[in-house]
Design a protein around this ligand. Structure first.
Ligand SMILES: Cc1cc2nc3c(=O)[nH]c(=O)nc-3n(C[C@H](O)[C@H](O)[C@H](O)COP(=O)(O)OP(=O)(O)OC[C@H]3O[C@@H](n4cnc5c(N)ncnc54)[C@H](O)[C@@H]3O)c2cc1C
Length: 594
């Protein structure tokens, strides 16, 4: 640890492997590092919140892996085929296949580490239906799967002695300065409790900082989570982003007008529909019969979300602005066992899930886009890895529910292993130090707090959210997208003149989050404007059909003056085994649930 002469002062720590983010992906990476022989004192995991309080804990419904507990005919190739179909073949087949192939082993490993899965009468890991999956392959712990998963991983990491530092925000990655093909040297940030500047001088950095859906007004995460830190930090040092325009709107978010603003957009887990929940409009019509007579409520999320949005726009929504989700035909005991957290939540709001419907409408839930990585999870920047919701590639144009938790543990392990190998072979390589870049960055941050700003960061953030909701929401068109981009210019100008207060305050963090969010928002808007077709979660009202010329993904990078440049890229073909599963055309028969 050292302190340097030039103001402002900062503390330096030198872990060899720095993991930014302590959700399932980051913690799983850290476990692998230590299990592969990296001494725990050479690893450091950081998070903005208290340990155990990552967004992962909000995941409810389950985690996918073709264990075949309930449906022995399921296997990983069918899981991969379902994922590619749901992603409209804009996923990277190699990443999809890796997740599908390795997920069963990761699920069993979690079992060995003590995860409290819900079980069958025989004690096997139980599996439920989730939308657009051919078989029951979603393993779960009641409806608190994310909580149980993260607890299990943290217990494991603690038993291995992995160090964790909480309430630390990384504000910049530090590289050797080259635009493309540069090398990561560490990360700079600050302690949110004391305001102290921190420099992490590391040989490798794993970015596991979550996604970007809270750039929307109605979203299913907390306001200060999922602000796009991971993609924005990576982009700023030369990594590329892909698929940013694909934002999944979950069909069933709570409706604020009915339950109160603090609940607006919060998720009603897909497990409610997986356990038989039905959707009705205000006229009492089970409207999915019109949109998807075979798969009904369990069709792909984009299909169900657009159907709900159409019902509401057509005036068949409830007075509070939603539709009704009803699982009351199931026994109370069944609901309490399979959906305990949902039951308790609505009970506390005076609604009996076993007797009455709840009101729901679509909510921004998952950004399929993220940082481009190779098969080891490494970005274009040497030594910089990205995993979990921060990485791109697995989900394509739309994500299957239950696949993101699977991705966190599969790619967390892979990146942890790759970093461990890298450190093993690089013990004596001298590296430049990150101090100069860090000093400049800290001076910039200091200047932000020193000046008298004119605008409240939270208010500007709210405007950004409203802009995204209206210009690049479920339904998009060229005019609205262009207007969204020009609104962004104005927001950027205001973001240059924020009143942040000191570094321990809420406003300072919000200002930093806003910086990340603005970058990500621009990537989403530009991608959506360029993609002149409708596919998966991206629906253009002025180009409603899928266009085969657009069987490509969008890729964003910064050019030499820092502006975003957008390109497109073709994807590989699946392997023959997965092609065969695709050709077999497995499909969920929803009516088994009736
Ligand atoms: C309500 C809800 C329900 C869901 N249900 C399911 C489900 O049933 N099944 C499923 O598969 N998926 C589900 N998902 C998605 C899934 O939960 C996430 O994709 C997954 O948990 C992401 O894990 P992660 O480790 O990548 O990131 P996160 O769990 O989001 O963790 C990010 C970490 O990075 C830290 N961080 C962020 N920025 C910084 C920074 N600048 N500096 C330092 N640290 C930083 C955070 O503090 C946190 O520790 C759900 C999502 C939501 C919102």
């Amino acid at each position: 640890m050292s302190t340097h002469d030039a103001a402002p002062e900062y503390e330096t720590t030198s872990p060899r492997a720095l993991v930014v983010g302590a959700g399932a992906a980051g913690v799983r990476a850290s476990i692998e590092l230590v299990e592969r022989g990296v001494p725990p004192e050479d690893v450091l995991v950081l998070g903005k919140r208290a340990h155990g309080d990552a967004h992962t804990t909000w995941a409810r419904g389950g985690i996918n892996g073709a264990l075949g507990t309930r449906d022995p005919e399921d296997d990983w190739t069918i899981h991969a085929a379902d994922t590619l179909k749901e992603g409209h073949f804009l996923n990277e087949p190699s990443k999809v296949e890796t997740v599908a192939r390795e997920a069963p082993e990761r699920l069993r490993e979690l079992d060995d580490w003590g995860m409290d899965y819900s079980r069958t009468e025989d004690g096997a890991i139980d599996q439920r239906y989730f939308g657009a999956q051919s078989y029951r392959r979603t393993a779960f712990a009641g409806d608190h799967t994310g909580e149980s998963l993260l607890e299990t991983l943290i217990d494991r990491a603690r038993s291995l002695g992995v160090p964790y530092r909480e309430h630390v925000a990384v504000t910049r990655l530090v590289t050797d300065g080259r635009d493309r093909g540069g090398r990561v040297l560490g990360a700079a940030g600050y302690d949110q409790d004391t305001g102290e500047f921190l420099l992490f001088d590391a040989d490798a950095v794993v970015l596991a900082a979550g996604g970007y859906t809270s750039v929307y007004d109605r979203h299913s995460s907390r306001d200060d989570e999922n602000t796009g830190d991971g993609p924005a930090l990576a982009l700023s040092v030369g990594a590329r982003l892909a698929d940013m325009e694909f934002v999944q709107f979950h069909p069933t978010g709570m409706v604020g007008d009915r339950y109160g603003d603090e609940w607006d957009g919060r998720l009603v887990t897909e497990a409610v529909r997986g356990e038989g929940g039905r959707l009705y409009n205000a006229d009492g019509e089970r409207f999915m019969e019109r949109y998807s007579p075979d798969q009904m409520e369990l069709d792909a999320r984009d299909v169900v979300a657009r159907a709900i949005a159409r019902e509401i726009t057509a005036g068949r929504g409830t007075d509070a602005g939603g539709v009704r989700l009803d699982v009351s035909h199931r026994d109370r005991a069944f609901i309490r066992e399979r959906l305990p957290r949902m039951y308790e939540r609505f009970d506390s709001l005076g609604v009996d899930l076993a007797a009455a419907p709840v009101e729901v409408a679509p909510t921004a839930h998952y950004g399929m886009g993220g940082v481009v990585v190779d098969d080891d999870g490494e970005t274009d920047v040497d030594g910089l890895y990205a995993v979990g919701e921060t990485m791109a590639g697995v989900h394509g144009a739309n994500r299957l529910g239950g696949n993101s938790l699977a991705e966190t543990v599969v790619y967390g392990r892979i990146a942890g292993a790759a970093v461990a190998d890298r450190l093993d072979g690089a013990a004596s390589t001298p590296t430049p130090t990150p101090h100069r870049a860090a000093r400049t960055h800290f001076a910039d941050l200091q200047a932000t707090t020193d000046r008298d700003g004119a605008f409240d960061p939270a208010a500007v953030f709210e405007e950004l959210r409203a802009t995204m909701e209206s210009h690049v929401g479920i339904r998009r068109d060229a005019e609205g997208l262009a207007a969204g981009l020009s609104a962004l210019e104005d927001l950027r100008e205001r973001a240059e003149r924020l009143s942040t207060g000191d570094r321990t305050g809420r406003a300072f963090e919000t200002a930093l989050n806003l910086g990340h969010a603005l970058t990500v928002a621009e990537a989403v808007l530009r991608g959506a404007l360029r993609r002149e077709e409708s596919k998966g979660a991206h629906y253009r009202a002025d180009a409603t059909e899928a266009d085969p010329d657009w069987d490509r993904r969008t890729v964003v990078e910064r050019d030499s003056v820092g502006a975003l440049r957008l390109d497109t890229e073709r994807l590989d073909e699946p392997t023959p085994a997965v092609r065969a599963a695709l050709d077999a055309d497995h499909e969920l028969d929803y009516h088994q649930l009736e």
